[in-house]
Write a protein that binds this ligand. Structure first.
Ligand SMILES: [Zn+2]
Length: 256
């Protein structure tokens, strides 16, 4: 058994249910998907093959560094993996100019990467919000829902009250300035609960792409299911006090 070729990956993506012309947001752990022929670029080619000329491929492209100003032409995105960090560097890919950047190529890429406010990273007026608005899908390759940024959009729309204090450096009038803001955030480990919520509702397609397990879900279906669960229990994603600092901070913010 050799490593999967681009055409085999293309076939696997089609079988999973990725369709031509759609808007697709991809989160990927290449360490699980690979090795594949052509490496990360081979996988990106397979995704572009399935989506076709009318489709749109989107990946997270945010900075890992809250001390340096973001530069869309040079700031790496290592935290989101080698595929995301390869993607934004490719010709024809547009990267939004934000520390919470996403990158996109295809017909809706200019819309998805248009300027977005820095202080609500995954709200309605953000790349994930626009994928939701455009009725796009989310593809998880070798990652679980704990890596699914669209769940933060659902938290926003579901009206969760917890926040964590964040800081970053932006350029304002040619000078670096430190910006403080509050973000809907926590350790995100309990985003794994979403897997069961989607399975229960029959909203998730599962299959294999390369060597990894893959999950495909419509953004609107995911958000609706998560909002429903948050209505039942607004702190369902937060660990109890004393498990980790991030959930502790989010819980403490509810008492302010
Ligand atoms: Zn936690």
């Amino acid at each position: 058994m050799g490593n999967p070729t681009v055409s085999e990956l293309t076939q696997e993506l089609r079988e999973l249910g990725v369709s031509e012309g759609e808007v697709l947001l991809v989160h990927c752990a290449f360490s699980r998907v690979g090795p594949v022929q052509g490496g990360p670029q081979g996988l990106i080619s397979a995704l572009e093959n399935v989506l076709g000329a009318e489709g749109t491929l989107v990946m997270p492209s945010m900075t890992d560094d809250d001390e340096q100003p973001f530069d869309p032409s040079s700031t790496p995105c290592l935290g989101m993996g080698i595929v995301a960090d390869t993607f934004w560097r490719l010709p024809g890919v547009i990267r939004s100019d934000s520390p919470h950047a996403f990158a996109a190529t295809g017909s809706r890429a200019p819309l998805i990467t248009a300027p977005h406010p820095v202080d609500i990273p995954h709200g309605p007026d953000s790349p994930v919000g626009r994928v939701h608005e455009l009725d796009g899908s989310i593809l998880l390759l070798g990652v679980g829902h704990d890596g699914n940024t669209t769940i933060h959009l659902a938290e926003f729309l579901g009206g969760v009250r917890y926040r964590r204090k964040k800081e970053l450096v932006a350029i304002d009038g040619g000078q670096p300035v430190r910006i403080s803001y509050e973000e809907i955030d926590h350790c995100c480990e309990n985003f794994r609960l979403v897997d069961e919520w989607l399975e229960k509702r029959g909203l998730q397609k599962k299959g294999n792409v390369g060597h990894a397990e893959a999950r495909l879900v419509r953004s609107r279906a995911l958000v609706a299911a998560v909002v429903e669960e948050l209505t039942r229990d607004p702190t369902v994603f937060l660990h109890p006090f004393g498990v980790d600092d991030q959930c502790d901070e989010a819980r403490a913010s509810l008492e302010r």
